[in-house]
Design a protein around this ligand. Structure first.
Ligand code: ATP
Length: 315
């Protein structure tokens, strides 16, 4: 049992100044969706990849737990106990036996309900930031254990990089990959899509025989990640949720076509969508494709990113 936190512990435990944590968005290079489990989740076989679009969470000492924010989703996203940042702070405090006191400020660049796991990223950032602020000193594996109860994507965002996710996505194993940086273009839509609705749509398409064949194994992708050739990687990307996202948002087909016409090696829907991600041959191509996508009016905004990058980190 961990000793209880007391205010006069401030000086000897934890950070005195603000703690700033940067956390990336994720894309799924492979999202294999298996059968619906009895607990309501689908069995997943996925390769997560962290990319350089970041949210930033700053944690300061406080007498209560409070959250403020700026950026994507401001005014739409509740800052109360339903916010994943607050839920994560409570979960860590409960685990470590400390009071959940902090003043948290979120600077959000990851779009809401975009299929980029922004909420999960913020939960991972809150675990890492509060761990440093409160001096609870948990290991990444311990933080990932708490993270799994907050959401299926949260453990991956504690680690970052490129990793295999199994179970409902929460069981993470590192992937052996060459230290290559891949160049991505991320096309962000005007309006988000709900993840549970996308899974229900996939179930409906499968029940009616209208879904495409499910993805096979990740072997080809894992092989491609051990090489440096983006053309090889491009042939191995796949997402079982893409049909569902396209059924719910048919205009995404135009976004995918526009990216490929602009020279992307391939494009896929990210997670449950509606964000589309394109693999570019190099950084210059990525810049050009992003400019063309923006000019074509097929998305709200196109940003360049690279990956893999580290997960939630102080600094
Ligand atoms: P995923 O890819 O993990 O399915 P997503 O990127 O599609 O998620 P998120 O932006 O992570 O979607 O958010 C999904 C929902 O989670 C939001 O609509 C919101 O209701 C809730 N949520 C709670 N806290 C947060 C947060 N800090 N940031 C974003 N969403 C949050």
């Amino acid at each position: 049992m961990t000793e209880a936190w007391r205010p006069d512990d401030d000086e000897r435990r934890g950070a005195l100044g603000p703690v700033r944590v940067r956390v990336p968005a994720k894309v799924n290079l492979h999202l294999g969706v298996g059968p619906l489990r009895r607990d309501g989740y689908h069995e997943l076989n996925t390769i997560y990849h962290a990319i350089s679009i970041y949210d930033e969470l700053t944690a300061r000492r406080g007498d209560t737990l409070a959250l403020t924010m700026e950026g994507e989703g401001t005014g739409e996203l509740a800052l109360d106990d339903t916010n994943l940042v607050i839920r994560a702070a409570h979960a860590l405090a409960g685990y470590a036996g400390v009071l959940p006191h902090a003043r948290l400020h979120l600077r959000k660049q990851i779009p809401l309900a975009g299929g980029l796991a922004g909420g999960s990223a913020d939960a991972a950032a809150a675990l890492v930031a509060c761990d440093a602020l409160w001096g609870t000193g948990l290991s990444r594996d311990e933080l990932a254990g708490i993270a799994a109860d907050l959401g299926s994507d949260v453990p991956f965002l504690i680690y970052g990089g490129t990793a295999l996710g199994t179970g409902r996505g929460e069981a993470i194993s590192p992937v052996l990959a060459r230290p290559t940086s891949w160049h991505w273009v991320v096309a962000i839509a005007d309006v988000g899509l709900s993840t549970p609705t996308a899974y229900r749509e996939l179930d409906r398409l499968r029940d009616s025989g209208a879904a495409g064949a499910p993805l096979g194994s990740t072997d080809a992708l894992l092989g491609a990640l051990r090489q440096r050739d983006p053309r090889v990687l491009a042939r191995t990307l796949g997402n079982d949720l893409q049909d569902a996202a396209l059924a719910m948002r048919p205009a995404l087909a135009d976004t995918l076509k526009a990216g490929e016409a602009a020279g992307a090696l391939t494009g896929i829907v990210s997670g449950s969508g509606p964000t589309c991600v394109f693999l570019a041959a190099n950084a210059a191509d990525a810049e050009r494709i992003a400019a063309e996508l923006t000019a074509a009016g097929v998305c709200r905004e196109a940003r360049v990113a690279h990956g893999p990058v580290a997960g939630a980190r102080v600094g």
